[in-house]
Each structure stands twice: as structure tokens, then as C-alpha cells.
Design a protein around this ligand. Sequence first.
Ligand SMILES: NC(=O)c1ccc[n+]([C@@H]2O[C@H](COP(=O)([O-])OP(=O)(O)OC[C@H]3O[C@@H](n4cnc5c(N)ncnc54)[C@H](O)[C@@H]3O)[C@@H](O)[C@H]2O)c1
Length: 316
Amino acid sequence: MTHPVHTAAVIGAGTIGLSWTALFAAHGLTVRVSDPRPDLKEAVAGALAEFGPHLAAQGLRAEALADRVLLAADITEAVRDADIVQENGPERVEFKKELFTHLVREAPGHALLLSSSSAIPATAFTTELEDAGRVLIGHPFNPPHLLPLVEIVPGERTTAEAVQAAVDFYTAVGRAPVVERREIPGFVGNRLQNALSREAVYLVQQGVVTPDDLDTVVTHSLGIRWATVGPFLASHLGGGPGGYRHMSAHIGQSMRQLALGQPSHDPQDRERVVQAVEKAYASTPYTDLAEARDRKQLAVLTAVEDTRHNQHQKET
Ligand SMILES: NC(=O)c1ccc[n+]([C@@H]2O[C@H](COP(=O)([O-])OP(=O)(O)OC[C@H]3O[C@@H](n4cnc5c(N)ncnc54)[C@H](O)[C@@H]3O)[C@@H](O)[C@H]2O)c1
């Protein structure tokens, strides 16, 4: 598993696979991409053109990305000489079961087999595999060429060597891997996101706030805070000199009494929320919204990185 990584196979070139492709190529890897979508060539070319400037802004090799990205006729061809495989197909257990059976058979024995799965743990699709030791979750946040987190979640049979190799690989491509200690559906990031989304939908359904105003609440408060300190450090600081202990005893008391809402899953109520979100955003083209999001995210990343760098300079 300590094999150097020169070639990556990207299986599934939708939202996530295209972004991984650009990131891996910008780190000098040869990337073989497989996806049955009929517009694969155009989708890859479009993604490299769109993401190239983001990668250049991160100081990466964004020129001639296309020279390092090869379209494979099928999965067998994509993984033939792969050192790592990043799977980004549909989020369905049966799909991943079948695909990983194929990958274990076709990919070189040393290749790490990583799934971008958002919620399905590796054990759910590897129990029948002979060689599950090198299969694990490498779950990114969208888009992976910008957002640094990768949740590394080993399955019950994943080896410690494979976990370390995954940490080494994602670190080498500039990501921030976090190894999670136990499998749980949705892992950590999506469970946190889901908790917030659930309350957001409840507040909109109750008529407390519109979707765009709720988004403003988040982007002008929690969003900025959370790019700098996570919820635990935020509470530790929020507690003043008494820290988290004081926060927990003091404001924590009233927070614990605050019952969170249960959004309605009634199809009509769900439809009303969809319509409210569309009213807020659907008149702007998807590409414009995504481009603005990526530009702002890049600015935040750069600012946080500069601050870290300046702090380091001051300390040394
Ligand atoms: N979109 C997100 O925000 C996000 C974030 C993190 C992880 N993920 C996870 O990443 C994975 C992919 O999600 P996505 O949003 O990119 O989905 P997507 O629908 O955009 O892309 C999936 C791609 O898989 C392709 N595909 C279908 N069958 C295939 C096969 N047999 N071989 C190869 N490719 C095949 C499809 O043609 C499609 O292009 C899912 O497991 C998802 O949960 C998604």
C-alpha cells in the first residue's frame, strides 16, 4: 500500500467525479475516467476549463490538464494500471456492491479502492468481497477540488495500512483528511449538515423565515465563524475565560431546553418548500450560482490560509 501514486482511475464523472479529475490532474497524476454518459468528452473538457482557474489560484499546475486526463472505454480499461481508484457513481448500495466486486477483480492488487459515498458505509457493500481490506470511504465535500475535507471511513475489514495509504494520498493532493473511528450512515459531515437542514426546513415550513433569508442568517454568522473555528472551539471561546465548561453550565442550560422542530415530510409540505427555494433562486442560471459560490469559497480558503501562514511566520 506504500506504492507511489502516479495514476488515478475516476469511476463516475458527474458532479463529484469531474471535480476529483481536475484536482488529481492538477497534482500531476495521470487520470483515467470512466462513465457511460454519452457526453463524457464534453463534460470532462467543460470541467477542466471551468475548474482550471480555481486550481491555478491554489498554485497548482492548471495548464495542459487535458493532456493528463484520458477517457477510458470502460471500467476495466480505466483501472488497469491504477494506483488509486476513486468511485463516484450513483448512491445506491446495489450499484456499489456490483462495482466494487468488479474493481477488486480488475484493479492492480496494490491499488487503493476509495468511494466518495455520501452516506453508505463501506461495510454495506463489501461483506461479500474477498479482498475488502483495501476498500474504504474517501468522502469529499462538493466540490472536492476546492473544499479540503475528506472523511476517511474504514469498513470493518479495511486494513490499517489502507487507512494510512488513504491519509497519505489525500494529503499529497492537498486535502485535509480526517479518519473517523466507527462507521455510521452519513458519516460526520453529512449528519451535521442534515441536522441543520432539518431545522432550516422546519423554520421555512412554520413561516418563520424565507429560504433566502435563512441562507443570509447562515452566511452572515455561522458560515463565517465555522470557516475559522468548529462548533466546539466556538463554544469554548463563547464561554469567555471560563471556556466550554462555563458555556455548558450557563447558556448550555437554556439551549438544552430548546426543542428542535420536526419538519413535515408530507409531499405537499415538501413541495411548498421546493417552490419557495425555486422562487428564491431558480431565476438565476445554475452555472452562475455555482460560479459565484466557488469564487467566494476560494476567497475564504485563501484568506484563511494567508492568516495561518502569517501566524506561522510570526511564531518562527
Ligand atoms: N453531489 C454532492 O454534493 C456529493 C458530495 C460528496 C459525495 N457525493 C457522492 O459522490 C457520488 C457521486 O455523486 P454525484 O453527485 O457526482 O452524482 P452524479 O449523478 O452527478 O454522477 C454520477 C455519475 O455516475 C455515472 N455512472 C452511472 N453508472 C455508472 C457506471 N456503471 N460506471 C461509471 N459511472 C457510472 C453517471 O453517468 C453519472 O455521471 C455519490 O456516491 C454521492 O453520494 C456527492
